[in-house]
Design a protein around this ligand. Structure first.
Ligand code: T4K
Length: 400
């Protein structure tokens, strides 16, 4: 890790890369191996590896207790989880679902596959979450659901969205993929809306290699989801409805449980990483870190920077190219915005959807390598590099 002294030292201009191996946005957290092995051994000795096994049940029970909800249905990933929720709600074909465009593409894809119509709302500039006033304006007689995301683990304006759902009678589901461990007011994320859906993908704050959680207090919905997760089987030969295979294996549940055991340490390490970036990037013109709202007890899992090209002296994409050349795989999530992705472009191209705050975020955001598993010396080296680039932005921009 040799710091750059001259612009020629940048890897994009032929210099040595800062890191010999890529530094990723979220290197997966690994719990102590013996902890994972201990859980796995119980599955091994019972020779029970899937289908509602004992580890899965333990995992679900612990999640219910944490979220203070009656049901947690754990699945093979969050996309499959939302898929069975949409099926369970029996939404009429052609129904409109309001969701932000500034989110991962999976929800909009599922809506299209289910014959539903995604209606994209803009985000509030201060939170990057769905703007409740926009959502209210988009409600029509065809609206069948609202699915906002707690982007970067920052809770949405839950009170306003719940009020909107109550007034309109439209069911509210939260995409909580990023938000395990976050708190809104005095309650953990997991207990809001009709259901909240978490991702346990390897890159998430809490992970199970792959996985998803549906948290809900609705007994009938939970019963239906358990059937749908397992092909619709209610007995050995009894199939009640057309379900799919959305089950989680015991090996995945073992990883989920092991990561749950060490989660307090995970959050503390992620927080330290965040604070190291805060310190290291302070004062760089035009490079602003999104600060976690302490009132919502964030999980500190993502380090999200916003770049003002004019003040920094270089646009976000040029900076991304410079960082990639150094093996810093910073990501411009959720570029270009779901409403501008091929499957979700408006059917009438002459009437493009205008979402100014979403487009602004898509053009400015850079998610930096972070999380509990990152080496803090790497974080300091990334900050030093960003400061060097900022100080030499005019020269670099002229050459790239
Ligand atoms: N809703 C939201 C808001 C979401 O963000 C997501 C998923 C979902 C719903 C759906 O949840 P799941 O159905 O996945 O449970 C990644 C993840 O694949 C995806 O789960 C995640 N969001 C999304 C934000 O990020 P990509 O295409 O960016 O993945 P990828 O492979 O580039 O991974 C990100 C970085 O992590 C890379 O730099 C490589 C590194 N990495 C990745 C893996 C898998 C590792 O270092 N180790 C690993 O094991 O989508």
């Amino acid at each position: 890790m040799t710091p750059k002294r001259r612009v020629d030292n940048l890897a994009l201009f032929g210099g040595e890369r800062l890191f010999s191996e890529p530094r990723h946005v979220n290197k997966p957290n690994s719990p102590p191996r013996e902890l994972f092995d201990r859980y796995l051994d119980t599955a091994w000795s019972a020779a029970w590896f899937s289908n509602d096994g004992p580890l899965l049940r333990r995992f679900e029970a612990r999640l219910c207790e944490q979220f203070d909800v009656r049901h947690c249905i754990v699945t093979c990933n969050a996309t499959a989880a939302l898929d069975i929720v949409l099926q369970a709600l029996r939404l009429p074909p052609g129904g409109e679902v309001i969701l932000p465009s500034y989110t991962f593409v999976s929800t909009a894809n599922l809506l299209r596959l289910a014959g539903l119509k995604p209606v994209f709302c803009d985000i509030a500039a201060d939170s990057m979450n769905a703007d409740p006033e926009q959502c209210a304006r988009l409600i029509s007689s065809d609206t069948v659901a609202i699915i906002p995301t707690h982007v970067w683990g920052v809770p949405c304006d839950i009170d306003a969205l719940e009020a909107l759902s109550d007034q309109s009678g439209v069911p509210l589901l939260f995409d909580a993929a990023h938000a395990y461990g976050a708190v809104h007011g005095t309650r953990r994320i997991g207990g809001f809306g009709l259901a909240e859906i978490f991702s346990l993908h390897a890159t998430k704050a809490l992970h199970a290699f792959e996985g998803g959680i549906i948290a809900t207090d609705d007994d009938a919905l939970a019963d239906d989801l358990r059937l749908r997760r397992n092909f619709g089987f209610s007995g050995n030969d009894q199939v009640d409805l057309p379900g799919v295979n959305a089950k989680m294996s015991e090996a995945h549940a073992a990883m989920g449980l092991a990561n749950l055991d060490v989660f307090a340490r995970t959050i503390a390490a992620s927080r330290l990483c965040h604070e190291t970036y805060e310190q290291g990037l302070r004062g760089i013109p035009g490079l602003v870190l999104r600060m976690p709202d302490p009132a919502s007890q964030p999980n500190y899992h993502y380090v999200v920077a916003e770049l003002d090209a004019q003040q920094f002296g270089m646009d976000r994409d040029t900076l991304t190219r410079l960082l990639f050349a150094e093996n810093i795989w910073a990501r411009r999530y959720f570029y270009p915005g779901v409403h501008r992705m091929t499957p979700h472009l408006p059917l009438a191209p002459q009437a493009p959807v205008s979402l100014p705050q979403t487009e602004r975020a898509c053009n400015r955001v850079l998610v930096l390598p972070a999380g509990a598993a990152i080496d803090l010396d790497d974080v300091r080296a990334i900050c030093t590099l960003l400061r060097f680039i900022s100080e030499n932005a005019a020269v670099i921009a002229g050459r790239s």
